[in-house]
Write a protein of this length. Structure first.
Length: 453
């Protein structure tokens, strides 16, 4: 029986149906291989902003997404299937591979959004895809936790490689979910928005909301919380276009760490006089900078690089063990339900204050996706200063700063660029690992050349 995948439209306008080969591979494997080998297309922020405000262009963009999402999802599946150390067969990671494969096959059957009715149906379909299987980060972490438990102290030798792979996967996933949710939200734009881009974002309001959420969690878990003092300094008064969902998630993660450290350092009972956590917002020409200062004791210089490792946490009690006992539990703060680009859902009262070991690493990825950054300076024994740089996305995503133009948001999701480009987003351990692999590859090539001559 000859089987076909759903058609796609090539640049000439002709409809092309990829024919399944007669190889022993399953239809699913053929589908994944077919789409994964295609080159994803970079989408410009300015175009996305304009598309979100123009109904006709949005419909054309929906037709583009019908194919583009299959390419990006298939590449994520292939990326997970090629993980080393038996990770693809481990519980959790195997589940995520299955979920992404289901999304790809569902897109194969989804009708092309060429008319108004089909456009609405496609938007509803994307909404279901976006809201299903919210525990991706949690499930991937379970697989990594299994490997950590199995290898014990030896895991440190392979962690740079695992972290590098996870970082690339999550960065690509941010772009994938950004495209999906922007298309969903632009179907019925809110005032002042193009999709999920807020054209004049109120940074102070987002900080206040993040501070409220963080102190509420701190009181629920530790009985009290320090005050959070917010000040603003305006250097450039131009409108600040950004994604408030990204900003809120990152700021909440940073403030959770600051208020928890302050209480654990200074509190002896309840209702103690605690030093304030201070947030300064500086509206610069290219960035909006948030400086978060606490007196929570700081981080020793020898441990400072550890905070960027996946699964690292300074919290003595990790919530992973309790989650493992009940895999059907509602997702916590460590997974994508608590992350940006995920629709809000009801969570258990109180939430989780700390311990997953993914919050800081993912926060830096969200900042770097649009050319920003997250840096930590510590005064060991006193406190910590965290600098969050969020790039101004121009005025309606026009006249973008250079940092944004060369950010992951302006590239496709293949991550096949030069290694020096990658170094901007990597930890020291990851850089050392890649340099070691590159040296080994060069040595191997040199030996082959010598033997051949």
């Amino acid at each position: 029986v000859r089987r076909f995948f759903a058609p796609h439209i090539c640049r000439s306008g002709a409809i092309v149906r990829p024919l399944l080969s007669s190889s022993p591979r399953s239809a699913e494997e053929e589908c994944i291989a077919f789409w994964a080998k295609k080159q994803p297309t970079a989408v410009m922020l300015r175009d996305l902003c304009e598309i979100g405000l123009d109904r006709k262009r949005r419909r054309q963009h929906g037709i583009f997404l019908h194919e583009e999402l299959r390419i990006r999802i298939a590449q994520r599946v292939l990326e997970l299937q090629q993980l080393p150390y038996g990770l693809p067969q481990r519980d959790g990671i195997r589940t995520v591979i299955q979920w992404y494969t289901e999304h790809l096959l569902a897109l194969e059957d989804a009708p092309l959004p060429s008319g108004a009715a089909q456009d609405e149906a496609f938007t509803n379909f994307l909404t279901r895809v976006f809201e299903e299987h919210t525990e991706v980060i949690q499930e991937l972490a379970f697989g990594v936790q299994d490997l950590m438990a199995e290898m014990g102290p030896d895991y440190g030798a392979v962690q740079p490689e695992i972290d590098s792979i996870l970082r690339r996967f999550f960065m690509a996933r941010i772009g994938l979910r950004f495209l999906i949710q922007h298309h969903i939200e632009s179907f019925k734009n809110r005032d002042g928005y193009s999709g999920i881009l807020q054209l004049e974002c109120d940074a102070a309001a987002v900080v206040k909301k993040a501070a409220q959420d963080s102190t509420m969690l701190c009181r629920a878990h530790l009985g009290q919380a320090p005050p959070v003092v917010i000040t603003e300094h305006v250097v450039d008064s131009e409108p600040f276009t950004y994604l408030p969902m990204h900003m809120h998630y990152v700021l909440t993660e940073l403030l959770k760490n600051a208020v928890r450290a302050t209480v654990e350092r200074h509190a002896e009972g309840f209702d103690d006089a605690l030093p304030a956590v201070r947030v300064q917002i500086i509206y610069g020409h290219e960035d909006v900078i948030f400086k978060i200062s606490d007196e929570g004791g700081g981080i020793s210089r020898s441990r400072l690089q550890d905070v960027w490792k996946f699964m690292y946490s300074s919290c003595s009690k990790t919530p992973w063990a309790s989650l493992r006992q009940d895999r059907r539990s509602q997702p916590g703060e460590g997974d994508s339900a608590g992350n940006p680009l995920q629709r809000p859902r009801l969570k258990s009262a109180g939430g989780v204050l700390a311990g997953y070991g993914v919050g800081l690493t993912l926060s830096r990825l969200y900042a770097q996706y649009f050319g920003g950054d997250l840096k930590i300076l510590s005064l060991d024994g006193f406190g910590t200063d965290v600098y969050l740089h969020l790039s101004r996305l121009g005025k309606g995503c026009e006249s973008l700063p250079q940092g944004v133009l060369y950010s992951p948001s302006m590239r496709d999701s293949s991550f096949e660029g030069e290694i020096e480009e990658e170094l901007l987003l990597m930890s020291t351990d990851e850089v050392n690992f890649l340099r070691k692999e590159l040296d080994a590859l060069r040595s191997s090539s040199a030996m082959e050349t010598t033997v051949a001559s």
